[in-house]
Design a protein around this ligand. Structure first.
Ligand code: TNX
Length: 532
């Protein structure tokens, strides 16, 4: 239950100590004041880095700044950074190739040989008056460093038109790497359809908080959202409905490729989900032969779950699944395909097992690693199968046993990671079947130890889920996602020892709001957070 009533409003200045005490107006005092305002940004990063050292004066980006890379490997990140900085600063920020550190007035992006103890997604960032360096083992690490750099700049950097301000990065060193390699966010585009632009915006939000997997729930009872050439009715007939019956749609193969590419540029891997054998109303509405009774199902615009299934006993079911998985595998460069497996309430246990025994190998045959909601473990699939835990309890002996037997898990407990749970009783959007999830609840758990009897080494990482029964627009998505999401993003990235103090986190979270305001994010101003 949320605990908004106990909330006490505290100034974010507490977290950025000392700033308010410095007198303004006098030359040096004002410079010192600015320096400490800049330095405060080292202390409001989300996710909080592994190590941060403040060293006084930092680097100011000017008209003279160039971005340097040592070779083409870092160019993609350099271009992303330049594109991001050019509009608000109005500077040219040319990208140049240069061996080693770029020298004065450069933002230098360096890829180095991994040194011992360095994580492959980690980075180091240094800022001093002569320049700024981000060093990493992999481009993904550079990209994470760039997201940190973004938060080290004044919030005005989030504008897409030219601003006049001093673009100072506080002086300091940061050493940083993720706790979990896998940090995910799920988006339900089936209950309500979201167009390509909306999903791109969502991907940008993930990247901003260092989340590197987007799980797209592409099919459900209410709509089929991905073009499949060999079964064209799926989108000709199965894509024109959604919850409430409003306007809907699907991604053509070209649009899906566009999303993949957009995500790749941001080091986000897309995981497509084709939910099987339940949650298949849209397919059953498109093809009579997939139904056991041979007649097409009626269009579904409601929110019931669990009352649909492909016909387990028919061969055509497996021809259908094979074609769909083959085409989805062909258009997905990432290593995973999610095959759902949840809430198949109208099949018997033995039918469920029969189905998964045939379908899991299809995913493997097309070179992908299967993921399922944790019910998939009931069918005892091969240990390569990843299970996504979504119940609320800490005790799940079957899941714990599977983890001990080699299954990897994704942690999405609905009581903490379901972004569609209402913040409190008054939240107009969202659901409450798993209880209310305040922003504090979203932070108050440990993905590594949530499940009793499961060792942290079996946890790939946390994943948020955003189901869209009640969400129709980008504004709706933003309302449930902000500020529910950054807490879970931090739990995925930051060291456990740095993520157990809500009193400290709430100030860093509050400091993000000035960026969201400029970005135009429709966030919920929960009274639990001391917004500035
Ligand atoms: C449960 S989580 C579901 C979804 C609903 C969601 C709403 C899961 C695997 N199944 O079908 O959309 O709750 O919160």
């Amino acid at each position: 239950m949320p605990d908004d009533s106990n909330f006490r409003r505290r100034s974010v200045l507490r977290a950025i100590g000392g700033v308010s005490a410095v007198s303004l107006g006098v030359g040096t005092a004002s410079a010192r004041c600015k320096e400490s305002t800049d330095a405060a940004r080292l202390e409001t990063l989300v996710p909080v880095p592994v190590d941060v050292t403040s060293t006084g004066r930092g680097y100011t980006i000017t008209d003279a700044t160039t971005i340097t890379v040592e070779d083409a490997t870092a160019e993609g990140v350099a271009e992303y950074l330049a594109e991001f900085l050019r509009a608000p600063t109005g500077y040219d920020l040319p990208i140049k190739t240069h061996q080693g550190r770029g020298g004065r007035d450069t933002i230098s992006l360096q890829l180095s040989e991994p040194s011992s103890g360095d994580h492959e997604q980690g980075y180091r960032l240094r800022s001093n008056p002569s320049g700024l360096t981000i060093r990493a083992n992999e481009p993904a690490g550079l990209f994470a460093g760039v997201q940190t750099l973004r938060q080290l700049l004044p919030p005005a950097i989030e504008h897409d038109t030219e601003q006049s301000t001093e673009w100072t990065v506080p002086g300091g060193h940061i050493r940083d790497y993720p706790r979990f390699d896998y940090r995910g966010a799920h988006l339900d585009v089936a209950r309500h359809f979201f167009d390509v632009e909306t999903v791109k915006q969502f991907i940008d939000y993930l990247a901003q908080y260092k989340v590197n997997h987007l799980h797209l729930h592409l099919t459900d009872d209410q709509g089929w959202r991905i073009e499949i050439d060999s079964w064209p009715n799926l989108t000709d007939e199965g894509a024109d409905s959604e919850v409430g019956g409003g306007p809907s749609g699907y991604y053509t193969k070209e649009e899906y490729a566009e999303l993949i590419e957009y995500a790749q540029r941001r080091y986000v891997t897309i995981i497509p989900e084709i939910d099987l054998p339940g949650h298949t109303g849209a397919a059953l509405e498109s093809y009579a032969e997939l139904n056991c009774d041979g007649t097409k199902r009626e269009e579904d615009t409601g929110t019931n779950v669990g009352d649909t299934t492909l016909c387990i006993d028919k061969d055509v079911t497996y021809e259908f699944v094979d074609d769909v998985i083959r085409e989805v595998a062909e258009m997905t460069p990432g290593p995973y395909i999610h095959i759902g497996g949840d809430e198949a309430h109208v099949v018997s246990d033995s039918e469920y097992n029969t189905f998964m025994d045939r379908v899991v190998p299809i995913v493997q045959k097309y070179g992908k690693r299967p993921i399922g909601w944790h019910q998939i473990l009931d069918a005892e699939p091969p240990s390569e199968t990843i299970a996504q835990y979504w119940y609320t309890g800490h005790d799940a002996p079957d899941v714990a046993e599977a983890a001990q037997n080699g299954h990897d898990l994704i942690a999405s407990p609905a009581s903490h990671a379901y972004m569609d749970m209402k913040y409190n009783e008054d939240t107009e959007l969202g659901l409450d079947w798993a209880g209310l999830t305040s922003v504090k609840d979203a932070y108050d758990w440990d993905p590594g130890s949530f499940l009793n009897g499961v060792d942290e080494s079996a946890i790939m990482g946390p994943e948020t889920a955003l189901w869209s029964e009640t969400l129709e627009t980008l504004e709706d998505i933003e309302f449930m996602f902000f500020p529910h999401f950054p807490p879970v993003a931090e739990l995925g990235w930051s060291p456990a020892a740095k993520t157990d103090e809500w009193d400290e986190f709430e100030h860093r979270l509050a400091a993000q709001a000035s960026r969201w305001e400029i970005q135009g994010v429709n966030y919920y101003q929960t009274p639990q957070v001391p917004w500035p």
